[in-house]
Design a binder for this molecule. Structure first.
Ligand code: VG1
Ligand code: CO
Length: 543
């Protein structure tokens, strides 16, 4: 089998964002687009001769075709082995675990995560390093630099490799090892959590519903929640991964997981509801009529982690992305452990986890995880919640009320303005950035600005610096508004406005978030003009 060299030219727009490269699927399918990017990854990491990579994705449209191209390019570039999830399927956390467990040189994950899939929707590809985590900015910068000077790629001419059945086969000199995507991951979960305790909970009449949103976690959730833990058959719904996620938007928030929200607020609501996203790294937690914000969920997990075997010795530290609420900070303070504030995106947690400075990390965007892998992990969060509830035996709403009574409540919401014209969005952000120095002391609708800045992060482990990571306005009395442009969208720009206010008055802990945040929401709009200037009546998504 011969490797051929195909001449190409650089293609514009191959800069990786918050989590790899995401584009419209049709863009990825344009001639040489995928090949150029894959070769740039290989070149950017110093070649793959003799290396082993894990390959898998969330099963979305084009996943199967792209994997065959990647395998042929790996063979042509001299890789020794590809470890591939059966059917091309691997959830993002399962891929991270496989990279670590097998000690590989990293992996390629095919996913656009929570973005919809299909020929007219989104596709994505990212490289994770040998620690199992998303490539650092230094690595993605090198990959991007290669995309701008690439003049050719290598590929072998061959028929498709059978990745539909478990086993090992050859592609030229490279071994293609097809593995069960669920087995290793399920075994890891069994090590971390008290499965017997959770079984006890589930056989005591406690009911749950897990909505896989037609995405990758279906087979994982069925195997773990139903088969191993004994949740009633049918507890996992929308469990068959489909290339277009059933036409839906596999983003586990109250808007896109409205089906689950409707169930959880109905008279027949089970005790516990959860959902995950396209590639299985996000989670949504909801009790009977009680939606738990991701920031609160992180705080609850940190506060109660020692109830699960893996964390019994305590946590080394906690990390959260900057826009995530300060709820976890309050718990960390009470526990006397460090709390780190990082830029948005899981890649910034990698060093802290590797260095043993943080055990649990989280983001307001429904991502929580720990040092068991180097990605956020949707099912892990669900299982930790179940382990905690199996010990505490109380409704989610009561657990939340007790948590807030102890630590105060960080009312929190994110308002997204999607598909805003790129130059309009840039203008809004530029003007706000320019206004920051004059904001302190300004009164807006009864609130006074205390401080305002643009977030920069110096990694405490390798001292790399990430700049321009969000505009922050702090109000007197502890309120905060943060503004960022999304780095995962594929159409125009998405402006994210993150809103937060701490409440410690015990009589005011049960308000609706939008109501509790109304003054902050109004002040954020008065200062930034996001809604007015983007020409919207309201945000497209409110979480
Ligand atoms: C979003 C979230 C961020 C998350 C990222 C990837 O990024 O805000 O917290 O890490 O998606 O998640 P952005 O740049 O659009 O705000 V996933 O589940 O899409 O890999
Ligand atoms: Co995801």
């Amino acid at each position: 089998m011969q490797a051929i060299h195909v001449d190409t030219k650089p293609i514009e727009g191959q800069k990786p964002g918050t989590s790899g490269l995401r584009k419209k699927t049709r863009v990825f399918m344009e001639p040489h687009f995928l090949e150029n990017y894959v070769q740039s990854i290989f070149d950017g990491i110093g070649g793959i001769t003799g290396k082993t990579l894990v390959v898998g994705g969330d099963g979305r449209y084009f996943n199967d075709r792209a994997i065959q191209v990647i395998l042929r390019m790996m063979a042509a570039n001299g890789a020794a082995r590809a470890i591939v999830g059966q059917g091309g399927i691997l959830s993002t956390p399962a891929a991270s675990h496989l990279i670590r467990k097998r000690g590989t040189d990293g992996g390629l994950i095919l996913s656009a995560s929570h973005n919809p899939g299909g020929p007219d929707e989104d596709f994505g590809l990212k490289y994770n390093g040998p620690n199992g985590g998303p490539a650092s900015e230094g690595v993605t910068d090198r990959i991007f630099a290669r995309t701008r000077e690439i003049d050719g790629y290598r590929i072998v001419e061959a028929h498709d490799v059978d990745i539909g059945t478990v086993g090992e086969r050859a592609l030229g000199d490279m071994a293609v090892e097809v593995v069960d995507p669920v087995a290793d991951y399920a075994a890891l979960m069994e090590e971390l959590f008290d499965f017997d305790k959770i079984k006890g909970l589930l056989s005591s009449g406690f009911t749950l519903r897990f909505d896989a949103m037609h995405a990758v976690t279906g087979p994982y959730a069925k195997a773990i929640l139903e088969d191993r833990l004994g949740a009633a058959e049918g507890s996992v719904v929308n469990a068959v991964p489909s290339p277009d996620f059933g036409g839906g938007h596999p983003d586990p928030n109250p808007i896109w997981a409205h089906e689950l929200m409707a169930t959880m607020t109905s008279p027949e609501a089970p005790d516990f509801g959860a959902a995950s996203d396209g590639d299985g790294d996000r989670n949504m937690i909801v009790g009977k009529g009680a939606y738990v914000t991701p920031s609160d969920s992180l705080a609850v997990l940190v506060a109660n982690a020692t109830l699960a075997p893996a964390y019994r010795e305590g946590l080394k530290g906690v990390a959260r992305s900057m826009p995530t609420s300060g709820a976890a900070d309050r718990v960390a303070e009470a526990l006397g452990i460090d709390c780190y504030e990082t830029p948005t995106g899981w890649k910034f947690f990698g060093n802290l986890l590797d260095a043993g400075r943080a055990t649990i990390c989280g983001e307001e965007s429904a991502g929580t995880g720990s040092d068991h892998v180097r990605e956020k992990d949707g099912l892990w969060a669900v299982l930790l919640w179940l382990n905690i509830l199996a010990e505490k035996r109380q409704p989610v709403s009561q657990l939340m009320a007790e948590h807030w009574a102890e630590y105060g409540r960080n009312y929190y919401s994110r308002h997204d303005y999607e598909a805003v014209e790129a130059d309009v969005a840039a203008g809004i952000m530029d003007d706000l950035r320019a206004a920051l120095p004059d904001l302190p002391g300004r009164e807006v609708g009864g609130l006074t600005v205390d401080a305002a800045d643009e977030f920069s992060y110096t990694d405490p482990v390798d001292e790399s610096v990430a700049r321009q990571q969000g505009l922050r306005i702090f109000f007197e009395g502890g309120g905060r508004a943060v503004f960022r442009l999304s780095g995962t969208g594929t159409e125009g720009a998405t402006i994210r406005v993150y809103l937060e206010r701490l409440e410690t008055d015990s009589d005011r802990l049960q308000m609706g978030a939008q109501e509790a945040l109304a003054p902050i929401i109004a002040a954020a709009e008065a200062i930034s003009g996001v809604r007015a200037r983007s020409g919207r009546d309201a945000p497209d998504v409110i979480t």
